[in-house]
Design a binder for this molecule. Structure first.
Ligand code: COA
Length: 138
């Protein structure tokens, strides 16, 4: 699926994705820097991926959703390159992902963030109502 705006495109086409760029970028994020690049590559291979592209086709952002396409989805690895931040592209990327028709009606759409709660709140994400009901095996 493709979305277009102001010369930018968001696309789920796996063939468009610049894997070297995406994996390299994620390997330097605060959440990805302790993960081997091979593992990051595998996590992308097994997800629904959204690339953000500028008008010359160069990839400038990314997010992915891990999902069973029925009840559960996990939004992850959202980024926009430094030079293009603050132009609502991150919000657009998240919008495309959470409103993808294949993800409609999820009973649990989850994510984790260290500091971007204000971004995701705009799309209906809230703090866990009963965190004591969730468990983590790290
Ligand atoms: C987060 C990120 C994707 C946002 O993309 P962006 O294109 O710069 O952001 P946008 O212009 O779409 O605006 C984001 C909105 O969320 C808000 N926000 C809240 N927390 C934020 C945060 N930690 N970083 C960026 N924006 C944040 C902004 O203030 C802005 O609010 P507004 O709608 O009132 O203007 C981008 O800053 C980025 O790549 N950051 C580094 C990677 C990262 O931290 N990813 C998120 C991991 S959970």
């Amino acid at each position: 699926m493709d979305w277009q705006r102001d010369g930018f495109t968001v696309s789920t086409d796996p063939d468009r994705l610049d894997l070297t760029f995406t994996v390299g970028y994620l390997a330097q994020t605060y959440w990805g820097r302790d993960t081997a690049e091979e593992k990051i590559r595998l996590s992308i291979k097994n997800a629904l991926n959204f690339g953000l592209y500028q008008d010359d086709g160069q990839q400038v952002g990314f997010t992915r959703v891990v999902t069973d396409y029925a009840r559960f989805a996990w939004l992850s690895d959202v980024f926009v390159i430094d030079d293009l931040r603050g132009r609502a592209l991150g919000k657009w990327l998240v919008d495309c992902a959470v409103n993808h028709p294949d993800l409609a009606g999820m009973s649990r759409f989850l994510l984790a963030t260290a500091d971007a709660h204000g971004l995701y709140r705009q799309f209906g994400f809230e703090a866990l109502p009963k965190p004591e009901n969730f468990m983590l095996k790290a």
